[in-house]
Design a protein around this ligand. Structure first.
Ligand code: MOS
Length: 744
């Protein structure tokens, strides 16, 4: 019996891959094992800056089980990626094992390969490295930056408008280095067959990973295959390849044996990216009624010695509000740290912390409800690109959220709201994230055994990609979910997008719909042309395909013939067709529009001044992300992002030892993330307006938007409860101790 609901689009379908995950049958990269496989363990630098004077590997090489010690002196060529391909990789990969220079603590200096993991670990511990240390710049604050500022966006004349504005905010907002910390560690398992290599990877983009590895290893791209069947998340840290994949690949080639290299948790804090520290000066000029007259955001972000990493804090700034005079400028500040990498909502999430916190301060200064300030300054069109929005319901997010939260009961005076002996603080902030439809290809196949499959070279980062693809295929074919196979996570499949930028849903669904339509057309043609088919006399236009049955259009589906019968008469084992997504920038229905998702975050904190305890107790979040394909998976994304936002507001921060550059809290015991005990009561609402620019399904994707706006809503609630204005994340108890509430 089918468990498929009548209307599958918008149904809270459980994960089709859930049973595989809960029974342990789902294979993550490090779960792949091969005969004669050996293990690689890296040796990492213990200084932040300097040179390797001597690498003593003799002892390690003589240890039991040790087969190989690779380092910059013997690894042979690892090629750089071509100029212009810089987005395909990061500086760490470009410089992997290239020279004796140490640019950050934890940089790989050698890798020991042995028969067992224990032997490789012991071998790695026996490698002796002598360094010539050089002064390292590990300064946390970026305020020493004296370099040029790059202009990102500009309109009107900010300087004179700000000078003339009757009401002003001028403040600097700081977000710290945060580490992605997906539960699944990065790993590579590499198998060579002659001159062909297969990498089982923790990759958010198997297609790009394949291209980069081909370049780095000096192979034709068709000789490389990358497989990522399941991901234990990534948060952006797995978007691009890191050096360990190349190290494992070279080791496997030299030994002619499969190699497994799993990055350990401590290395995860130094070698696979982080959200860089940002320092943003925000200046707002407004009229006494609260109309924005001038807006400037000037931000700095930290980067490594090799990368030109721009955190793009101005992502949402130029279009979110209506303001005639605006400038966004930026600069990057080099430190002796590993390479930064995009992290959930890169740019917009830290950028909106600055902008939305400043908007809340402006509302307080004007004695205006912060919700009203957003309403007054809502934008009717994208004033940066000078384009209409495809679908924007930013104001409605606030209106709906205010009702669900009970915002009208807020009394604005600091510390004025109490419940159960605790002080209650309420705050809000807006959220936004970009939408795009990327080009991609899928194939849909009707199989002789009655199953239908869709194949695409994208991957499921853990968000429900497998499930929503099955939903769309069910909608198009009527074949029940139990007989649908979604095949993802392999670079040998038709080119699909990275699991990044919340863009998979909006991009791939269109290609699935197109492939299903093409396959159906071929099936009906087959039904009409095949000798023994019951529809041999009918023109394909007279036929329809419903609930897995071919039938005459003027007759009910129940009178039809299963597609397997048609295939059998034609002596075919299967029939497939391709479908493509036209990118939004080529589609006349999309290219003249500004495409974004929106949201509103309402936060309640509980403050107990006697014991200096602060807790986020309640969050109401309203999201405008186009049509929601699966409200269960989507609400799960938003709630998870809100929990991450509690971490960003109160806990997340990577701290480096100023002497060595080692992350001091580089373990899951020391790095604080929000746990179940920190999780507030979360209420998620979707507005569910299909975005016509996104194609048939009107879905924009929900992976990142839920994190935007949480942290500034928290600091606004903290101010409301405690009277302490916190502009640097995370909120710390020592700052809250400045609260004068008890004295009042
Ligand atoms: Mo996301 S930071 O685009 O994986």
């Amino acid at each position: 019996m089918s468990t498929t609901p009548a209307s599958i689009i918008g149904a809270a379908t459980p994960r089709i891959d859930g049973p595989l995950k809960t029974t342990g049958a789902a294979q993550y990269a490090a779960d792949f094992n091969f005969e004669h496989m050996v293990h690689a363990v890296p040796v990492v630098a213990s200084i932040a800056s300097g040179r390797i004077l001597k690498l003593e590997t003799d002892t390690a090489e003589k240890m039991p089980g040790v087969l190989l010690v690779l380092h910059h002196g013997n690894i042979g060529p690892l090629y750089r990626t071509a100029p212009g391909d810089d987005n395909a990789t990061n500086g760490e990969v470009r410089s992997a094992f290239e020279d004796e220079v140490i640019r950050h603590w934890g940089q790989y200096v050698a890798v020991v390969v042995a028969e067992t993991l224990e032997e490789a670990t012991a071998g790695a511990a026996a490698v002796r490295v002598e360094y010539e240390p050089q002064p390292a710049n590990l300064r946390v604050s970026l305020d020493d930056y004296a370099g040029a500022r790059k202009t990102g966006s500009e309109r009107g004349d900010f300087d004179s408008a700000f000078a003339d504005a009757p009401v002003k905010i001028d403040a600097t907002y700081i977000t710290p280095i945060e580490t992605h910390n997906p539960i699944e560690l990065h790993a590579s398992v590499v198998v060579w067959e002659g001159n062909h290599v297969t990498l089982y990877e923790t990759s958010q983009g198997v297609v790009n990973h394949r291209v980069v590895m081909a370049q780095v290893l000096g192979l034709p791209v068709e000789n490389v295959r990358v497989v990522t069947r399941f991901l234990g998340s990534g948060f952006g840290g797995k978007l691009f390849p890191w050096p360990h994949a190349a190290m494992a690949a070279v080791a496997a080639r030299k030994l002619d044996r499969p190699v497994k290299l799993s990055v350990n948790r401590r290395m995860m804090f130094s070698n696979v990216g982080y959200r860089p520290r940002t320092e943003q000066r925000i200046r707002l000029g407004a009229s006494k009624e609260g109309k924005l007259l001038a807006l400037s955001q000037s931000y700095l972000n930290v980067t490594s010695q090799l990368d030109d990493f721009d955190e793009n804090c101005g992502e949402a700034t130029p279009y979110l509000y209506s303001v005639a005079n605006l400038e966004v400028t930026s600069g990057m500040v080099r430190r002796h740290l590993g390479a930064p990498m995009y992290m959930r909502g890169p740019g917009a999430v830290p950028g909106l912390f600055g902008l939305e916190a400043a908007m809340n301060e402006l509302a307080d200064q004007l004695k205006l409800d912060p919700l009203q300030l957003r309403t007054i300054n809502d934008a009717a069109r994208d004033e940066d690109k000078n384009l209409p929005f495809s679908s924007r319901h930013f104001r409605e997010c606030f209106e709906v959220g205010a009702k669900r939260f009970g915002w009208e009961r807020r009394t604005p005076a600091i510390g004025s709201m109490r419940r159960d002996g605790k002080i209650i603080g309420w705050g809000l902030a807006g959220a936004s994230w970009v939408a795009l439809r990327l080009p991609c290809t899928t194939t849909v196949e009707f199989h002789g055994d009655g199953r239908v499959s869709v194949r695409c070279g994208t991957q499921d980062i853990g968000t429900g990609t497998y499930t929503i693809f099955a939903q769309v295929l069910h909608e198009k074919t009527g074949v029940p979910l139990e007989r649908i196979d979604v095949v993802l996570g392999d670079s040998a499949l038709p080119d699909g997008p990275m699991s990044g930028g919340s863009m998979v849903t909006g991009s791939v669904l269109n290609a699935i719909a197109a492939a299903a339509a093409n396959a159906t057309k071929r099936l009906l043609q087959l039904a009409s042309t095949t000798q023994d088919s019951p529809f041999h006399d009918a023109k394909p236009e007279m036929l329809a395909f419903t609930e897995g049955q071919v039938h005459k259009k003027d007759q009910p589906a129940a009178t039809g013939t299963p597609f397997t019968e048609i295939l059998r008469h034609a002596r075919l084992n299967g029939l497939s067709a391709e479908g493509k997504t036209q990118p939004s920038w080529e589609d006349p229905k999309a290219k003249g529009f500004s495409l974004h998702s929106y949201g509103a975050q309402f936060v309640e904190v509980e403050w107990e001044p006697e014991i200096a305890r602060l807790r986020v107790s309640r969050v109401v979040t309203v999201i405008d992300a186009g049509r929601i394909i699966n409200p269960k998976a989507a609400a799960n994304q938003i709630a998870g992002a809100v929990v991450m936002g509690v971490g960003m507001g109160l806990l997340d921060e990577t701290v480096h030892d100023q002497r060595t550059g080692q992350p001091i809290n580089g373990s899951m015991a020391d790095y604080l993330v929000a746990t179940c005990a920190d999780t507030p009561d979360i209420d998620v609402t979707f507005l569910d307006y299909p975005d016509p620019a996104m194609g048939e399904y009107g879905a924009r994707g929900v992976g990142e938007i839920g994190l935007a706006g949480v942290a500034p809503a928290i600091t606004a609630a903290v101010y409301h409860a405690t009277g302490v204005r916190i502009r640097e994340l995370p909120v710390r108890i020592e700052h809250l101790l400045q609260s004068k509430i008890l004295e009042a």
